[in-house]
Design a protein around this ligand. Structure first.
Ligand SMILES: [Mg+2]
Length: 146
């Protein structure tokens, strides 16, 4: 909002987890961004459907995200959060949206690329031990080579 008032042309990018969307302040901010036509704001939601206590839709359902953000006045862009080009294209589209904020809903898989971490809520808030770290790094390196 400060950037809009200053007319400095700065764009603001905000990254939220999907579990974070259960918090009321998120929707107060969303309502404010829409009310003040903050088209310099681009929100990215990391939509992996996991949070520290388990699956987001079972802990406190936040869906349907697209409809919720549209009703709050946002332009909605859905992307594969593991596809860099889709994300870049989403940012390009968002830059040209006028009169309202944009949300990019990035569908992701927590721990993607590491066999024992993929889609496991337990890895939300802990670090791997040394052996797990080595396995994970090898799997990621092989993934890049492959
Ligand atoms: Mg999440």
């Amino acid at each position: 909002m400060g950037s809009k008032l200053n007319k400095d042309g700065i764009r603001v990018y905000c990254l939220c987890g999907d579990g974070e969307l259960q918090e009321g302040q998120i929707w107060e901010a969303a309502m404010t961004a829409s009310h003040y036509k903050l088209d310099n704001l681009c929100l990215i939601v990391d939509n992996n459907n996991l949070q520290i206590d388990g699956e987001v839709n079972k802990v406190m359902n936040v869906y349907p995200l697209e409809e919720k953000f549209k009703s709050f006045g946002f332009e909605v862009i859905n992307v594969d959060g593991h596809n860099i080009q889709e994300i870049i294209d989403g940012f390009d589209v968002a830059k040209n949206v006028k009169g309202k904020p944009t949300v990019i809903i990035a569908k992701t898989i927590k721990g993607k690329g590491v066999s024992f971490m993929e889609n496991q809520a337990g890895w939300h808030g802990k670090a791997p031990n040394e052996a797990e770290y080595k396995i994970a790094m090898n799997e990621l390196k092989n993934r890049i080579k492959g």
